[in-house]
Design a protein around this ligand. Sequence first.
Ligand SMILES: *Cc1c(COP(=O)(O)O)cnc(C)c1O
Length: 382
Amino acid sequence: MMEKEIMPFSVPIYITRPLLPDIGDLTLRLEEIWGAKWLTNNGPQHELLEKKLCQVLRVPYLSLFNNGTIALIVACQSLRLSGDVITTPFTFPATPHVLKWNGIRPVFCDIDPETMNIDADKIESLITPQTAGILAVHVFGTPCNTAKIEEVAGRYGLRVIYDAAHAFGVEIDGAGIGTFGDISMFSFHATKLFHTAEGGALSFNDGNLKARIDLLKNFGIKNEEEVVMPGINGKMNEIQAALGVVMLEYIERERERRAALSAVYRQCLDRVEGITLSAEPKGVRNSYQYVVVRIDERKFYCSRDTIYNRFREYNVFTRKYFYPLCSDYECYKHLPSANSENLPVAKKIASEVLCLPLYGELTASDVERICSILVSFRGKRP
Ligand SMILES: *Cc1c(COP(=O)(O)O)cnc(C)c1O
Protein backbone atom coordinates (compact mmCIF):
# COMPACT_ATOMS: atom_id res chain seq x y z
CA MET A 1 0.00 0.00 0.00
CA MET A 2 1.33 3.45 -0.93
CA GLU A 3 1.51 5.75 2.07
CA LYS A 4 -0.07 9.13 1.55
CA GLU A 5 2.27 11.91 2.55
CA ILE A 6 0.97 13.85 5.55
CA MET A 7 1.74 17.57 5.57
CA PRO A 8 3.18 19.24 8.68
CA PHE A 9 0.93 21.82 10.37
CA SER A 10 1.66 25.37 9.16
CA VAL A 11 1.39 26.73 12.72
CA PRO A 12 2.71 24.99 15.83
CA ILE A 13 0.18 22.78 17.63
CA TYR A 14 0.74 22.62 21.40
CA ILE A 15 -1.00 20.29 23.85
CA THR A 16 -3.19 23.13 25.04
CA ARG A 17 -4.07 26.78 24.51
CA PRO A 18 -5.55 28.92 27.26
CA LEU A 19 -9.29 29.44 26.95
CA LEU A 20 -9.90 33.19 26.65
CA PRO A 21 -13.28 34.88 27.04
CA ASP A 22 -14.52 37.75 24.94
CA ILE A 23 -12.45 40.73 26.12
CA GLY A 24 -15.59 42.90 26.24
CA ASP A 25 -17.12 40.62 28.90
CA LEU A 26 -14.01 40.97 31.03
CA THR A 27 -13.83 44.74 30.51
CA LEU A 28 -17.29 45.17 32.04
CA ARG A 29 -16.13 43.42 35.20
CA LEU A 30 -12.83 45.33 35.28
CA GLU A 31 -14.83 48.57 35.18
CA GLU A 32 -16.73 47.39 38.28
CA ILE A 33 -13.41 46.78 40.05
CA TRP A 34 -12.05 50.18 38.99
CA GLY A 35 -15.26 51.79 40.23
CA ALA A 36 -15.10 50.05 43.61
CA LYS A 37 -11.32 50.58 43.95
CA TRP A 38 -11.24 47.20 45.75
CA LEU A 39 -8.42 45.11 44.33
CA THR A 40 -7.94 42.23 46.76
CA ASN A 41 -8.87 40.83 50.24
CA ASN A 42 -12.32 39.25 49.81
CA GLY A 43 -13.77 41.80 47.38
CA PRO A 44 -17.10 41.37 45.59
CA GLN A 45 -15.63 39.44 42.61
CA HIS A 46 -13.89 37.04 45.01
CA GLU A 47 -17.10 36.45 47.00
CA LEU A 48 -19.11 35.90 43.82
CA LEU A 49 -16.60 33.43 42.37
CA GLU A 50 -16.38 31.48 45.61
CA LYS A 51 -20.18 31.14 45.72
CA LYS A 52 -20.49 30.19 42.04
CA LEU A 53 -17.71 27.62 42.25
CA CYS A 54 -19.39 25.85 45.20
CA GLN A 55 -22.35 25.29 42.87
CA VAL A 56 -20.36 24.36 39.77
CA LEU A 57 -18.08 21.94 41.65
CA ARG A 58 -20.89 20.67 43.91
CA VAL A 59 -18.96 21.20 47.12
CA PRO A 60 -20.22 22.64 50.43
CA TYR A 61 -17.15 24.79 51.24
CA LEU A 62 -14.47 26.39 49.13
CA SER A 63 -11.61 28.83 49.65
CA LEU A 64 -9.94 30.63 46.73
CA PHE A 65 -6.16 31.01 46.39
CA ASN A 66 -3.58 32.85 44.30
CA ASN A 67 -2.43 29.49 42.89
CA GLY A 68 -2.93 25.78 43.41
CA THR A 69 0.49 25.12 44.96
CA ILE A 70 0.04 27.64 47.79
CA ALA A 71 -3.46 26.20 48.28
CA LEU A 72 -1.99 22.71 48.72
CA ILE A 73 0.68 24.01 51.13
CA VAL A 74 -2.09 25.59 53.20
CA ALA A 75 -4.16 22.38 53.04
CA CYS A 76 -1.31 20.49 54.79
CA GLN A 77 -0.92 23.32 57.33
CA SER A 78 -4.63 23.42 58.09
CA LEU A 79 -4.63 19.69 58.98
CA ARG A 80 -1.36 20.15 60.96
CA LEU A 81 0.31 17.34 59.00
CA SER A 82 3.86 16.34 59.91
CA GLY A 83 6.02 13.23 59.67
CA ASP A 84 5.47 11.12 56.53
CA VAL A 85 2.79 11.43 53.87
CA ILE A 86 2.21 8.72 51.25
CA THR A 87 1.94 10.09 47.72
CA THR A 88 2.37 9.24 44.04
CA PRO A 89 5.54 9.75 41.99
CA PHE A 90 3.46 10.12 38.79
CA THR A 91 2.47 13.76 39.05
CA PHE A 92 3.48 17.38 38.55
CA PRO A 93 6.45 18.48 40.76
CA ALA A 94 4.20 20.65 42.95
CA THR A 95 2.66 17.58 44.64
CA PRO A 96 5.76 16.28 46.49
CA HIS A 97 7.27 19.81 46.77
CA VAL A 98 4.28 20.90 48.85
CA LEU A 99 5.11 18.16 51.36
CA LYS A 100 8.76 19.30 51.55
CA TRP A 101 7.65 22.91 52.13
CA ASN A 102 5.72 21.60 55.14
CA GLY A 103 8.74 19.70 56.48
CA ILE A 104 6.98 16.43 55.61
CA ARG A 105 8.80 13.47 54.08
CA PRO A 106 7.13 12.19 50.90
CA VAL A 107 6.76 8.40 50.75
CA PHE A 108 6.24 7.28 47.16
CA CYS A 109 3.69 4.57 46.46
CA ASP A 110 3.44 2.71 43.14
CA ILE A 111 0.56 3.46 40.78
CA ASP A 112 -2.35 1.51 39.32
CA PRO A 113 -1.71 0.31 35.74
CA GLU A 114 -5.24 1.26 34.60
CA THR A 115 -5.93 4.65 36.19
CA MET A 116 -2.26 5.69 36.62
CA ASN A 117 -3.28 6.99 40.08
CA ILE A 118 -1.78 5.88 43.41
CA ASP A 119 -2.38 2.13 43.80
CA ALA A 120 -4.76 2.04 46.77
CA ASP A 121 -3.96 -1.62 47.39
CA LYS A 122 -0.27 -0.80 47.98
CA ILE A 123 -0.78 2.04 50.46
CA GLU A 124 -1.21 -0.10 53.57
CA SER A 125 2.20 -1.78 53.26
CA LEU A 126 3.88 1.67 53.38
CA ILE A 127 2.16 2.86 56.58
CA THR A 128 4.41 3.27 59.66
CA PRO A 129 3.90 5.05 62.99
CA GLN A 130 5.29 8.19 61.26
CA THR A 131 2.59 8.23 58.58
CA ALA A 132 0.23 11.19 58.99
CA GLY A 133 -1.70 11.17 55.74
CA ILE A 134 -2.17 10.37 52.08
CA LEU A 135 -1.77 12.94 49.29
CA ALA A 136 -3.31 11.36 46.19
CA VAL A 137 -3.68 12.90 42.72
CA HIS A 138 -6.62 12.39 40.33
CA VAL A 139 -4.13 12.29 37.51
CA PHE A 140 -5.44 13.53 34.11
CA GLY A 141 -8.82 13.92 35.85
CA THR A 142 -9.37 10.18 36.35
CA PRO A 143 -10.66 9.66 39.91
CA CYS A 144 -8.55 7.72 42.39
CA ASN A 145 -10.00 4.66 44.12
CA THR A 146 -11.47 6.97 46.75
CA ALA A 147 -13.42 4.21 48.52
CA LYS A 148 -10.31 2.11 49.16
CA ILE A 149 -8.08 5.09 50.03
CA GLU A 150 -10.57 6.38 52.57
CA GLU A 151 -11.17 2.91 54.02
CA VAL A 152 -7.42 2.45 54.69
CA ALA A 153 -7.11 6.02 55.99
CA GLY A 154 -10.03 5.46 58.34
CA ARG A 155 -8.50 2.31 59.80
CA TYR A 156 -5.16 4.02 60.52
CA GLY A 157 -6.48 7.48 61.43
CA LEU A 158 -4.77 9.14 58.44
CA ARG A 159 -5.78 12.40 56.76
CA VAL A 160 -6.54 12.37 53.02
CA ILE A 161 -5.80 15.26 50.66
CA TYR A 162 -6.52 15.05 46.94
CA ASP A 163 -4.63 17.03 44.32
CA ALA A 164 -7.56 17.59 41.95
CA ALA A 165 -5.65 20.04 39.72
CA HIS A 166 -6.75 18.11 36.60
CA ALA A 167 -10.23 17.29 37.81
CA PHE A 168 -12.31 20.47 37.43
CA GLY A 169 -15.97 19.47 37.12
CA VAL A 170 -15.31 15.75 37.60
CA GLU A 171 -18.12 13.91 39.36
CA ILE A 172 -18.45 10.33 40.57
CA ASP A 173 -22.11 9.26 40.29
CA GLY A 174 -23.14 12.90 40.60
CA ALA A 175 -20.93 13.69 43.62
CA GLY A 176 -18.41 16.53 43.11
CA ILE A 177 -14.84 15.21 43.13
CA GLY A 178 -14.02 17.88 45.73
CA THR A 179 -16.24 16.22 48.33
CA PHE A 180 -13.91 13.24 48.80
CA GLY A 181 -11.24 13.05 51.51
CA ASP A 182 -10.53 15.84 54.01
CA ILE A 183 -9.51 18.50 51.47
CA SER A 184 -9.18 18.72 47.67
CA MET A 185 -7.08 21.21 45.72
CA PHE A 186 -8.04 22.65 42.33
CA SER A 187 -5.59 24.60 40.15
CA PHE A 188 -6.78 27.51 38.02
CA HIS A 189 -3.51 27.90 36.13
CA ALA A 190 -3.82 29.13 32.53
CA THR A 191 -3.23 25.63 31.17
CA LYS A 192 -6.09 24.11 33.14
CA LEU A 193 -9.63 23.76 31.73
CA PHE A 194 -11.05 26.45 34.01
CA HIS A 195 -8.54 29.16 34.87
CA THR A 196 -7.96 32.59 36.38
CA ALA A 197 -4.50 32.99 34.66
CA GLU A 198 -3.00 31.88 37.98
CA GLY A 199 -5.22 30.67 40.80
CA GLY A 200 -6.56 27.77 42.76
CA ALA A 201 -8.94 26.64 45.47
CA LEU A 202 -9.40 24.20 48.32
CA SER A 203 -12.72 22.42 48.86
CA PHE A 204 -13.79 20.50 51.96
CA ASN A 205 -16.86 19.19 53.78
CA ASP A 206 -15.93 20.30 57.30
CA GLY A 207 -17.24 23.84 57.81
CA ASN A 208 -14.90 24.30 60.79
CA LEU A 209 -11.94 24.26 58.39
CA LYS A 210 -13.15 27.34 56.51
CA ALA A 211 -12.13 29.91 59.13
CA ARG A 212 -8.74 28.25 59.70
CA ILE A 213 -7.92 28.03 55.99
CA ASP A 214 -9.02 31.63 55.39
CA LEU A 215 -6.78 32.78 58.26
CA LEU A 216 -3.82 30.77 56.97
CA LYS A 217 -4.04 32.35 53.52
CA ASN A 218 -4.07 35.88 55.01
CA PHE A 219 -0.98 35.87 57.28
CA GLY A 220 -3.04 34.52 60.21
CA ILE A 221 -4.54 38.02 60.68
CA LYS A 222 -7.73 37.71 62.73
CA ASN A 223 -8.30 41.41 63.25
CA GLU A 224 -6.30 44.65 63.51
CA GLU A 225 -4.79 43.63 66.83
CA GLU A 226 -4.55 39.84 66.64
CA VAL A 227 -2.35 37.61 64.49
CA VAL A 228 -3.19 34.08 65.60
CA MET A 229 -0.96 31.85 63.48
CA PRO A 230 1.99 32.04 61.07
CA GLY A 231 0.00 32.31 57.85
CA ILE A 232 1.10 33.04 54.31
CA ASN A 233 -0.21 35.30 51.52
CA GLY A 234 -2.40 32.96 49.45
CA LYS A 235 -5.17 35.38 48.52
CA MET A 236 -6.79 35.51 45.09
CA ASN A 237 -7.12 39.11 43.87
CA GLU A 238 -10.15 40.78 42.28
CA ILE A 239 -8.75 40.75 38.74
CA GLN A 240 -8.14 37.00 38.87
CA ALA A 241 -11.59 36.45 40.39
CA ALA A 242 -13.27 38.62 37.72
CA LEU A 243 -11.61 36.56 35.00
CA GLY A 244 -12.89 33.43 36.73
CA VAL A 245 -16.47 34.70 36.94
CA VAL A 246 -16.43 35.51 33.21
CA MET A 247 -14.69 32.23 32.36
CA LEU A 248 -17.45 30.19 34.00
CA GLU A 249 -19.75 31.25 31.14
CA TYR A 250 -17.40 29.54 28.68
CA ILE A 251 -16.65 26.28 30.43
CA GLU A 252 -19.56 24.14 29.28
CA ARG A 253 -19.05 24.98 25.61
CA GLU A 254 -15.32 24.22 25.94
CA ARG A 255 -16.10 20.89 27.65
CA GLU A 256 -18.46 19.92 24.84
CA ARG A 257 -15.88 20.75 22.18
CA ARG A 258 -13.20 18.80 24.00
CA ALA A 259 -15.57 15.87 24.48
CA ALA A 260 -16.21 15.77 20.73
CA LEU A 261 -12.47 15.97 19.96
CA SER A 262 -11.71 13.23 22.51
CA ALA A 263 -14.24 11.05 20.73
CA VAL A 264 -12.39 11.62 17.45
CA TYR A 265 -9.11 10.59 19.09
CA ARG A 266 -10.80 7.46 20.39
CA GLN A 267 -12.30 6.64 17.00
CA CYS A 268 -8.95 7.03 15.22
CA LEU A 269 -6.71 5.30 17.79
CA ASP A 270 -8.82 2.77 19.67
CA ARG A 271 -8.00 -0.16 17.42
CA VAL A 272 -4.35 0.70 16.69
CA GLU A 273 -2.17 -2.04 18.14
CA GLY A 274 0.38 -0.74 20.62
CA ILE A 275 -1.63 2.39 21.53
CA THR A 276 -3.82 2.55 24.63
CA LEU A 277 -6.06 5.50 25.48
CA SER A 278 -7.00 6.26 29.09
CA ALA A 279 -10.05 4.29 30.22
CA GLU A 280 -13.32 6.17 30.71
CA PRO A 281 -14.70 4.78 33.97
CA LYS A 282 -18.49 4.31 34.21
CA GLY A 283 -20.44 6.89 36.20
CA VAL A 284 -17.60 9.42 36.00
CA ARG A 285 -18.02 12.88 34.47
CA ASN A 286 -14.78 13.61 32.62
CA SER A 287 -12.77 16.87 32.92
CA TYR A 288 -11.35 16.56 29.38
CA GLN A 289 -8.19 18.13 30.76
CA TYR A 290 -5.86 15.94 28.70
CA VAL A 291 -5.80 13.20 26.06
CA VAL A 292 -3.11 10.77 27.09
CA VAL A 293 -1.98 7.70 25.19
CA ARG A 294 0.39 4.94 26.20
CA ILE A 295 2.74 3.50 23.63
CA ASP A 296 3.72 -0.14 23.94
CA GLU A 297 6.98 -0.23 21.98
CA ARG A 298 6.81 -4.04 21.64
CA LYS A 299 3.60 -3.73 19.66
CA PHE A 300 4.01 -0.32 18.02
CA TYR A 301 7.65 -0.92 16.99
CA CYS A 302 8.50 2.71 17.71
CA SER A 303 9.35 4.21 21.10
CA ARG A 304 7.51 6.99 22.88
CA ASP A 305 10.63 9.18 22.68
CA THR A 306 10.97 8.67 18.93
CA ILE A 307 7.29 9.55 18.48
CA TYR A 308 7.73 12.70 20.59
CA ASN A 309 10.72 13.81 18.48
CA ARG A 310 9.17 12.94 15.11
CA PHE A 311 5.95 14.80 15.96
CA ARG A 312 8.04 17.98 16.17
CA GLU A 313 8.92 17.59 12.48
CA TYR A 314 5.18 17.97 11.85
CA ASN A 315 4.95 21.08 14.08
CA VAL A 316 3.12 19.08 16.75
CA PHE A 317 4.43 19.58 20.30
CA THR A 318 3.33 16.74 22.56
CA ARG A 319 4.35 16.38 26.23
CA LYS A 320 5.71 13.40 28.16
CA TYR A 321 3.41 13.82 31.20
CA PHE A 322 4.64 12.61 33.73
CA TYR A 323 8.19 11.72 32.79
CA PRO A 324 10.50 11.81 34.67
CA LEU A 325 8.83 10.52 37.83
CA CYS A 326 9.09 12.84 40.86
CA SER A 327 10.95 10.02 42.62
CA ASP A 328 13.74 10.44 40.05
CA TYR A 329 14.29 14.15 40.77
CA GLU A 330 17.64 15.02 42.34
CA CYS A 331 15.83 16.25 45.50
CA TYR A 332 13.90 12.99 46.07
CA LYS A 333 15.87 10.14 44.54
CA HIS A 334 17.72 9.46 47.83
CA LEU A 335 14.47 8.55 49.62
CA PRO A 336 14.10 4.82 50.34
CA SER A 337 10.64 4.82 48.71
CA ALA A 338 12.11 6.32 45.51
CA ASN A 339 13.82 3.00 44.77
CA SER A 340 12.76 1.63 41.36
CA GLU A 341 11.95 -1.74 42.90
CA ASN A 342 9.21 -0.01 44.91
CA LEU A 343 7.77 1.64 41.77
CA PRO A 344 7.81 -0.83 38.85
CA VAL A 345 4.43 0.17 37.37
CA ALA A 346 5.18 3.90 37.61
CA LYS A 347 8.58 3.35 35.94
CA LYS A 348 7.01 1.50 33.02
CA ILE A 349 4.12 3.92 32.53
CA ALA A 350 6.43 6.97 32.67
CA SER A 351 8.29 5.51 29.67
CA GLU A 352 5.08 4.97 27.70
CA VAL A 353 2.91 8.08 28.19
CA LEU A 354 2.40 10.86 25.71
CA CYS A 355 0.00 13.76 26.08
CA LEU A 356 -1.61 14.85 22.79
CA PRO A 357 -3.10 18.25 21.84
CA LEU A 358 -6.58 18.95 23.22
CA TYR A 359 -8.34 22.32 23.30
CA GLY A 360 -11.62 23.63 21.92
CA GLU A 361 -10.10 25.59 19.04
CA LEU A 362 -8.78 22.44 17.38
CA THR A 363 -11.00 21.01 14.65
CA ALA A 364 -11.97 17.37 14.15
CA SER A 365 -9.81 17.33 11.02
CA ASP A 366 -6.80 18.64 13.01
CA VAL A 367 -7.26 15.70 15.38
CA GLU A 368 -7.61 13.24 12.49
CA ARG A 369 -4.38 14.60 11.03
CA ILE A 370 -2.56 14.29 14.38
CA CYS A 371 -3.77 10.69 14.61
CA SER A 372 -2.68 9.92 11.03
CA ILE A 373 0.77 11.31 11.81
CA LEU A 374 0.98 9.16 14.95
CA VAL A 375 -0.17 6.01 13.15
CA SER A 376 2.37 6.65 10.35
CA PHE A 377 5.16 6.29 12.94
CA ARG A 378 4.22 2.67 13.57
CA GLY A 379 7.21 0.50 12.72
CA LYS A 380 7.37 -2.89 11.03
CA ARG A 381 7.59 -6.08 13.01
CA PRO A 382 11.32 -6.90 12.94
C1 LIG B 1 -1.04 22.43 37.70
C2 LIG B 1 -0.80 21.45 38.78
C3 LIG B 1 -0.45 21.84 40.09
C4 LIG B 1 -0.04 23.23 40.44
O1 LIG B 1 -1.01 24.17 40.34
P1 LIG B 1 -0.61 25.71 40.18
O2 LIG B 1 -1.95 26.37 40.20
O3 LIG B 1 0.10 25.87 38.87
O4 LIG B 1 0.22 26.10 41.34
C5 LIG B 1 -0.37 20.86 41.07
N1 LIG B 1 -0.57 19.57 40.80
C6 LIG B 1 -0.88 19.15 39.56
C7 LIG B 1 -1.12 17.70 39.32
C8 LIG B 1 -0.97 20.07 38.51
O5 LIG B 1 -1.21 19.65 37.27
